[in-house]
Ligand binder design. Structure first.
Ligand SMILES: [Ca+2]
Ligand SMILES: [Ca+2]
Ligand SMILES: [Ca+2]
Length: 235
């Protein structure tokens, strides 16, 4: 048992230390819609490597990774994700039933997502201290094409800074990528009349906002306040 655990820890370290060299997501921040079936394009060698991790993470050997298995695999690498964030990662890639746990193809997509998010995190962390401060966040958002006010920046940081230490660790950065997707849906896609993707993304993330908050007439400030309220009610 102990030996087995060490094996998983070792595998997990390799997994996140030299995350398989695949960059499937071209955008610095995630666009979930573009990733559903891309793992089929992975080279065989990369797939074989991912299969090893999948098998190691799948403790009960049922061919699926559930939130508990994902959480403990990530914890073994020193990442402590809130259960809600774990669930969201699963929901994000879980395109085929049964819902609630992921198969190997979906795991490949999750790996690509975490890989891309880690790269975004590292490039946003310009002073290389392993966390993102408000200045770095503002600059990273600007680079990505998000132009927000300093008040909005503070609200966004407060929203994702779950432990309240004023910085964004990688775990919180994963949450941030979910919120940025929502924000871009609301404030970019809605402008061209497409509101359905926001509703899809909200329900995928399990966030319930009053319909009145989903109007493009509301400001980003209002939206950030509403999300903060909805999220903190859960924590
Ligand atoms: Ca399992
Ligand atoms: Ca930093
Ligand atoms: Ca923090």
């Amino acid at each position: 048992m102990g030996h087995c655990f060490v094996g998983v820890v070792k595998l997990a370290f390799i997994y996140f230390g030299q995350i398989p060299g695949v960059l499937l997501v071209s955008e610095p921040f995630l666009n979930s819609k573009t990733m559903s079936n891309k793992s089929t394009n992975l080279p065989d060698a990369v797939k074989a490597n991912l299969k090893k991790f999948f098998t190691a993470f799948d403790k009960d050997g049922n061919g699926k990774i559930d939130p508990g298995e994902l959480k403990s695999a990530l914890e073994a690498t020193g990442f402590h994700f809130a259960p809600q964030v774990i669930n969201r990662m699963i929901k994000l890639v879980n395109v085929r039933p049964p819902f609630g746990s992921i198969d190997f193809e979906e795991f490949c997509n999750l790996s690509a997502y975490l890989d891309a998010t880690r790269k975004s995190f590292d490039s946003a962390d310009t002073n290389k201290n392993g966390k993102i401060d408000m200045k770095e966040l503002g600059e990273a958002l600007l680079d990505t094409g998000f132009s927000i006010t300093s008040t909005q920046l503070k609200k966004l940081l407060k929203l994702v800074d779950m432990d309240g230490n004023g910085d964004i660790q990688f775990e919180e950065f994963v949450s941030l990528s979910f919120y940025l997707k929502l924000i871009s849906d609301l404030f970019e896609k809605n402008k061209s009349g497409n509101a359905t993707s926001l509703n899809e993304d909200l329900s995928r993330l399990g966030i319930k906002l009053p319909t009145s908050q989903l109007s493009k007439d509301h400001s980003l400030d209002d939206f950030l306040d509403a999300i903060y309220k909805a999220e903190r009610a859960k924590w």
